[in-house]
Design a protein around this ligand. Structure first.
Ligand SMILES: [Zn+2]
Length: 155
């Protein structure tokens, strides 16, 4: 058994679509990044790569590579899953936290859970999504960005 941790933050800006956990969320701003900037999926990728001893997301999917421009991060997660399984690991569970002052995550939780589970080929019951605000504190509390953390267990 091995565990892995992932953490990511992206800036919220006007004129971008907000995609979290592979789900489009109607909001006045979206996350800025080279790909779709899906901060939750990036944290999951990093946790899986960490558990398998495969470095980090920037190593495998560099944001200087035009191939990854505006790509759905679920594609990156599916590719990460292949790498993790090629190293002989299977994924036992994925636990996550989204840090966001707004919008409300609750209505999209199930859809995100199903997207993540499908991308790594596990039962949705093995994927957990939590969300919290930072009580108005710091840059995330001011609505300047959204963060995410993930812990995984592989065997
Ligand atoms: Zn990211």
């Amino acid at each position: 058994m091995r565990s892995g941790i992932g953490y990511d933050v992206h800036r919220l800006v006007a004129g971008r679509k907000l995609v979290l956990g592979g789900t489009d969320i109607p909001y006045e701003k979206g996350l800025l990044g080279h790909s779709d900037a899906d901060v939750l999926v990036h944290a999951v990728c990093d946790a899986l790569l960490g558990a398998a001893g495969l470095g980090d997301i920037g190593l495998h999917f560099p944001d200087t590579d035009p191939k990854y421009k505006d790509v759905s991060s679920l594609t990156l997660l599916a590719q990460t899953n292949v790498m993790v399984r090629e190293k002989g690991f299977s994924i036992r569970n994925v636990d996550t936290i989204i840090f966001a002052e707004a919008p409300k995550i609750g209505p999209y939780r199930k859809s995100m859970q199903e997207n993540l589970a499908a991308a790594v080929n596990i039962d949705p019951g093995c994927v957990n999504i939590k969300a919290t605000t930072t009580e108005g504190l710091g840059t995330i509390g001011k609505g300047e960005g959204i963060g995410a953390m993930c812990v995984v267990l592989v065997e």
